[in-house]
Each structure stands twice: as C-alpha cells, then as structure tokens.
Design a protein around this ligand. Structure first.
Ligand code: ARG
Length: 479
C-alpha cells in the first residue's frame, strides 16, 4: 500500500503539486466540506483525460455556435468564447496551460480557464449541456481521429506486404499444418494471407467508425434539455453522420469503444500471429528470413545474439490490448442506465489501445521493408518433408485410381523414402511403379516444387500467376 501511494504520488506530481491543500472549487455551494486529498486524487481524471483537450474545445465551439444561432447566448458571447478558446488552445500547445487537480477533469479545467479569460460568456457555455454528453462527444471525436489514423497505417502496412509478396511471387517455402511440412506454397501467397487479415481489420474499423460517428451532445445529463437546441446543426458542424437518438443511451453506453477494442484486439492478434512466424523464421535453426538490424537488439552477455525484439514485443503487447477489451466489457456489464462514474474508467484502456495499435502498425509497416527473404533455405526445407506427396496422389487420381487408394499408395512410397532417406522425386521410375503401375515418366513434372505450386492455379490458390493477380486486385482496391 505504502509503495502504491508513493508511486502514484510521483507519477502525478506535476499536477498535484500545491493543489491538494486548496479547497475544492468545482462544486462549491452544495458541499459543506471539501473532499479529502485522497478522494480528490481518486476521482480526478485530468491526469489522463487532458489528452482529449482539442476535442473538448472542438465540441464546445460547435455547441456555442449552435447556442448563438438559436439565440440562447448572444453573438458577443460566442465571439468571446471563440477568442478564449483560441488562447487556451495556444496555451496547451505551448505547454503553458496549468492543469489543476482541483478541477477534476479536462472539461472543468478548460471551462474554468475560459471564464478567467472571457468572464460571463465562459459561464454561459455550459447552458443546455452536461459533462455526461460532453465527455461522450469528446471520446467519439477522439476515436474517429484514431480510427482514421489506424486506417492510414493499415493501408501503408498492406502496401508494404504487397511489395514483399510481389518480390516473392515465385519463392517457394513449405506450407505447414500442425507445424509439419504440408505442401509447398509461395512466400508471396503466404504474405497475401496477412494482407487479407489486415484487409478485414480495415473493414471492421470502417464499420465501427459508422457507429462512433454519431453525436451524443444534446442528451445533457440524461434526459435532454429544456433549451431549444439544434442537435442536427451541432452534428453537422462536428462532421457526425447522425445524432444519437436516445438521451439515456447517448450518455451511458460505450459499446462503440468496446467494438473498437474488439477490432483492435483482432489487429493485434493478426500482428501476433505474424510475429510468431517472423520469430520462428529468423531463428538460425530455420533461417528463412533476416530482419534488418534496426528492428533487433543484441544480448548484454552473449555477443553473437541478434534478437527479433520488435515482433516479440508486439506479440506481448497483444496481451494488453486483449486485456483492455475484457476490461471495457466488464466496466459496462453491470451499469444501470444512465451515466455512472464507472465510465470514467473507459479512457485509459482506450488510449492505451490506440497508442499500442498505432505504434505497432507504424513499426510493422516499416519493418516489412526490412525483411530479407532467403529462398535457398525455404526451398531446402520444402524438399525435406515430402511436400509434393499430395501432388502424387492427385496424379494417380487423374490416371483413374480412387483417391483413397491413391492416398494409400503414396503413403507407402513416403515410407520407403523415409527408410532410404530420399525425396519422392529421387525415386526412379521403376521404384515408383512398385507403388502403382499407373505411374509414368510424366510423374516428375508433378513431383517438383515448381510444378506443385503452379498447378494450384485458381482464385485463392498459391500459383505464382494467382499471386500476381491477387496483388493487382488488392492494389487496385487500395488505390
Ligand atoms: N470525467 C468524467 C468521465 O470521464 C466526465 C463526466 C463526469 N460526469 C459526472 N456526472 N460526474 O466520465
């Protein structure tokens, strides 16, 4: 406990200093005694929600504009509010804005400073509004911007993977099932699998954005407001597609944030799967790829080491993003309508999710250009595991043998190769015919790795021609 308190104090010291002893200024008349310093620190969110400042100001300016249009505040009030907000914006940008713990959160800090700067107009800004609809609006504006950034990075990453796929449309590596060599595939095809995953991630983000992009403002505390507001105008000013249609729902649900975290958890899950492969491929035991030095680190004790830290860390960070999803689901599940203070806890997981996904995608988009493929090692591995056994079975089926019999004949051939320590393609025709007299000289065309991949020539198949066609398709979609 003592350690925990000291740790908190040091993290928050820049905001706490000299503020703890002041009497609470936020609630004034209703209260007969100030809250304790600990409660003040416990309930405050300014440490983290000050990150929403630009969106808070954007929302306030739109609200003020509407209040003036509807004659609820004067044109002079609006001009004063705009002037004050411009000053606040530059104070924040210059790092000169003084964030006060006593003012609890980003909303009250900005409103208080506005009133200091412009007087009564600042006090009128909150007419017909509550922090409940204000914060819900801020988060949605923040998330919309975050989703747009993530979409840009997902696109960049996919373009980098497409380049890698194109360079390796003909590069053969063993495809695995159960981590056992299964059939040869092309490295280009393998990269395109990830392009598909990250493409669906982009679709999910776009879909989530539709539900993020609705305006809660106007719901006020929970029931709406008695002022003649125009929510459509505010929605238009802020670029929202629609307004939230129920005030109780607007201030209380955070399903859009949960959806975003779910979409982010899938982004990270795909990143993590890819990381796992990069790590295995870079292991000297496998040696399929190398990753540029700028994404790796050494060991403090073993001079020979070059470790794939970036993919390892990304795989690890997937855990915290998945955790945030569960955190938000749990935060929401027991809440009665409408707003509850619990919802203040939505921000840190959300911010951390955004930061983690953005940093990870940025670094992966760059790292994709720093992957060196080693075709000889991939080829040697593909030759080791009887990767063309299915091709031999298919060959026998095409010569009239029922598939199950073909499967059995090839299984016997593989077993013989195992004993002789050779590949199927190394058996001569007589040796092969011992397993089926249907086998002829033309069998060698299907037993080669190149023949095997080229034969899978349909949409979604691994043939180099299909890989090139798929790359062109995705490129035209990405523009
Ligand atoms: N900091 C609060 C939050 O993040 C803002 C809304 C506070 N509303 C209230 N009624 N206390 O949710």
């Amino acid at each position: 406990m003592a350690f925990g308190r000291r740790r908190n104090a040091s993290i928050y010291s820049s905001i706490m200093t000299a503020q703890l002893s002041k009497k609470s200024e936020a609630w004034s008349a209703r209260f007969s005694e100030p809250v304790s310093d600990l409660v003040k620190r416990y309930t405050a969110s300014v440490f983290f929600d000050k990150r929403l400042a630009q969106f808070d100001i954007q929302g306030s300016l739109a609200h003020a504009e509407m209040l003036a249009t509807r004659g609820i505040i004067s044109a002079q009030d609006l001009a004063d509010i705009k002037r004050g907000m411009a000053q606040i914006q530059s104070e924040i940008a210059d790092g000169k804005f003084e964030w006060l713990l006593d003012l609890e959160d980003v909303h009250l800090n900005i409103e208080k400073r506005l009133t200091e700067l412009v007087g009564d107009a600042g006090k009128r800004l909150h007419t017909g509004r509550s922090r409940n609809d204000q914060v819900a609006t801020d988060i949605r504006l923040y998330m919309r911007a975050a989703i747009d950034d993530i979409q840009g990075l997902l696109r960049e990453f996919r373009l980098a993977l497409l380049d890698l796929a194109e360079k390796n449309a003909d590069t053969i590596l063993p495809g695995f099932t159960h981590m056992q060599v299964a059939q040869p595939v092309t490295f280009g095809h393998h990269m395109l699998a990830y392009v598909e995953m990250f493409g669906r991630d982009a679709e999910r983000m776009a879909d989530c954005r539709k539900r993020v992009n609705r305006l809660p403002l106007g719901a006020a505390a929970l029931a709406g407001t008695t002022f003649p507001i125009d929510r459509e105008q505010v929605a238009k000013l802020l670029g929202f597609d629609d307004v939230c249609h129920n005030s109780l729902d607007a201030v209380s649900d955070r399903d859009f944030a949960i959806e975003f975290c779910a979409a982010s958890a899938l982004v990270m899950t795909h990143i993590s799967r890819m990381s796992e492969e990069l790590i295995i491929w870079m292991s000297p035991r496998v040696g399929f790829i190398d990753i540029a030095d700028r994404f790796c680190t050494g060991s403090s004790i073993m001079p020979q080491k070059k470790n794939p830290d970036v993919p390892e860390l990304a795989r690890g960070k997937t855990g915290r993003v998945n955790g945030h999803l569960i955190g938000l689901l749990t935060l929401m599940k027991g809440q009665p309508l409408a707003y509850n203070k619990d919802n203040q806890e939505d921000k840190e997981p959300l911010f951390d999710t955004v930061d983690t996904v953005i940093d990870t995608l940025r670094i992966f988009a760059d790292m994709a250009h720093g992957i060196t493929v080693k075709p000889e090692a991939m080829r040697a591995a593909a030759l080791q595991g009887y990767a063309t056994a299915t091709d031999l079975a298919d060959y026998l089926v095409k010569k009239g043998l029922p598939f199950r019999d073909a499967h059995e004949a090839v299984a016997r051939a593989v077993r013989a190769c195992d004993d002789r320590k050779c590949d199927l393609s190394e058996l001569n025709l007589d040796e092969l015919r011992a397993f089926s007299t249907l086998i002829d000289q033309d069998v060698y065309a299907v037993l080669t790795l190149e023949g095997s991949v080229a034969a899978r020539n349909h949409v979604g198949g691994t043939a180099p021609a299909q890989v090139r066609a798929a790359i062109a398709r995705v490129r035209s979609r990405l523009g």
